[in-house]
Write a protein of this length. Structure first.
Length: 462
């Protein structure tokens, strides 16, 4: 099949590469010319495990190409995916301008029947708008071509995107036309092998399914985060509670990990967009508001713990931060908890030394250069370099190499032996037995005084 993918970001690039890997001819088009120039040279704009070799081998096989303008694409696409960004606008609703621009370009260039697939996460009713825009553009060209608009929301997880794309739990497809249905079946059967896990429904139902799924996952996280705060106050270990409730088959264990807040390019903006959809339709989104509020507060729990240990003024304190991306396996730092932590620590006078296995390059581009110029923020090339003369380790993202740290090496490097574990990665007993103070998220014990005293001794304060 000839496939065009509009937008070569996390979703578009993975979609394009995976469909090319399955033998299709794929053209990815992106308005970002430098991104396309790099992709043509085999340089990827994102870190995603396994993606680079897949892109390069499919380019070499002639099944995958990159262009920066729709006018360059073969007009004989059977399927055109829209995979452009839908960030929050200033009110929190999904900004649909890039989707509409993509639709205009489709209408301006198609020359035969094709299926237009909304893969971007778009508000309910968007497919109708896309349909109208394409129709208007075709009218301008004096054409009355047939086409169908389908909703096929994407559920891949950054960090496991190829695995999720090639072996999805399910594929959701919203459509109204039999012709489109048979094309979408042809496209997805090589991935799913049997049609049972393809759920066909109306277009609007599919559009809403994506928002409801993300909002449900965000709700579970915020619920557990709220429980963790309560557990901490009441001397309860949230980790035992998590295991206890996760073993209830009615609840299940997925998405129950408490931590220092969710981030990324999806949950925060999709919850905000769903809030707007609810409000615009006269529904009070009580639960969604609470999910957002808890997440906002949760990103401030780690900075608060640090202040509780070292005091309001963090001048003279050096924090070694492990993890910058919003989750392991990606370099994506959109709305990452690390951003709140680092900004708050530097605002209070601390120096931050941060390491991430994939996101150091992104951090260097998006964080204020004056932090780096003034020495307030140092991005390091190794996880242990971030701990040199540090007063504490702050674990923000649970990358695998952080799971079993070398405590002896850490003690040789650090000025004080304190760990703030924003993802409950460590067993408090082991950490304390190794001579470190340990502060997790909702682990039921708080002991701030000794660390504060030891810092004052270390810096010779009164
Ligand atoms: N990132 C994820 O994990 C994920 C998962 C599921 C769904 N989604 C959804 O998929 C969509 C894309 O997300 P993403 O993370 O890949 O975004 P992204 O920001 O990584 O990539 C979007 C790309 O679209 C390009 N673009 C914008 N306007 C364009 C146009 N008119 N023509 C061609 N290219 C254009 C941009 O230059 C950019 O490269 C969003 O709606 C998102 O909510 C994302």
């Amino acid at each position: 099949m000839n496939i065009t993918v509009i937008g070569a970001g996390y979703v578009g690039l993975v979609t394009g590469a995976c469909f090319a890997e399955l033998g299709n001819h794929v053209t990815c088009v992106d308005v970002n010319e430098s991104k396309i120039a790099n992709l043509k040279k085999g340089i990827l704009p994102i870190y995603e495990p396994g993606l680079e070799p897949m892109v390069i081998s499919n380019m070499n096989e002639g099944r995958l190409q990159f262009v920066s303008s729709m006018s360059e694409i073969a007009a004989d696409s059977h399927v055109i995916f829209i995979a452009v960004g839908t960030p929050s606008d200033k009110d929190g609703a999904a900004d649909i301008q890039y989707v509409l621009e993509a639709a205009r370009n489709i209408g301006a260039h198609i020359s035969q029947y094709c299926v237009v697939v909304d893969k971007s996460t778009v508000p309910v009713g968007m497919a109708d708008q896309v349909d109208n825009v394409i129709r208007e553009e075709l009218q301008k060209r004096g054409l009355s071509l047939r086409f169908d608009v389908v909703s096929n929301p994407e559920f891949l997880r950054e960090g496991a995107a190829i695995e999720d794309f090639m072996r999805p739990d399910r594929v959701i497809i919203g459509l109204e036309s039999n012709n489109a249905k048979s094309i979408m079946l042809d496209l997805y059967l090589p991935i799913l092998r049997s049609p049972e896990r393809i759920y066909f429904m109306n277009v609007k139902d599919a559009e809403m399914t994506k928002y409801a799924a993300n909002a449900m996952l965000a709700t579970r996280i915020s619920f557990m985060n709220e429980m963790s705060v309560l557990c901490e106050r009441m001397g309860v270990d949230i980790e035992n509670v998590r295991i206890g409730i996760g073993s209830d088959t009615r609840i299940g264990s997925a998405f129950l990990n408490p931590g220092c807040g969710y981030g990324g390019s999806c949950f925060p903006k999709d919850v905000r967009a769903l809030v707007k959809m609810a409000e615009r339709n006269g529904v009070a989104p009580y639960i969604l508001h609470a999910v957002e509020k808890r997440n906002f507060e949760q990103k401030r729990v780690l900075p608060d713990k640090i202040v509780n240990v070292f005091g309001e003024d963090l001048t003279g304190v050096t924090l070694g931060v492990w993890g910058l991306s919003f989750k392991p396996g990606t370099d994506d730092m959109r709305e990452a908890s690390s951003l709140v932590l680092i900004e708050e620590a530097i605002r209070r006078g601390a120096c931050v030394q941060a390491y991430d296995p994939a996101a150091v390059g992104v951090a260097g581009r998006i964080l204020p250069s004056e932090w780096m110029d003034s020495g307030k923020l140092k991005l390091t090339g190794h996880q242990y370099d971030a701990l040199k003369d540090a007063d504490a380790l702050v674990l923000v993202t649970e990358w695998k190499p952080f799971c079993y740290p070398d405590m002896t090496a850490m003690k040789n490097l650090m000025r004080q032996f304190i760990i703030f574990d924003g993802r409950n990665q460590y067993d408090p007993k082991h950490i304390r037995a190794a001579g470190f103070e340990y502060y997790g998220m909702g682990r039921g014990e708080v002991n701030y005084k000794r660390a504060a005293l030891s810092l004052r001794e270390a810096v010779g304060a009164e």
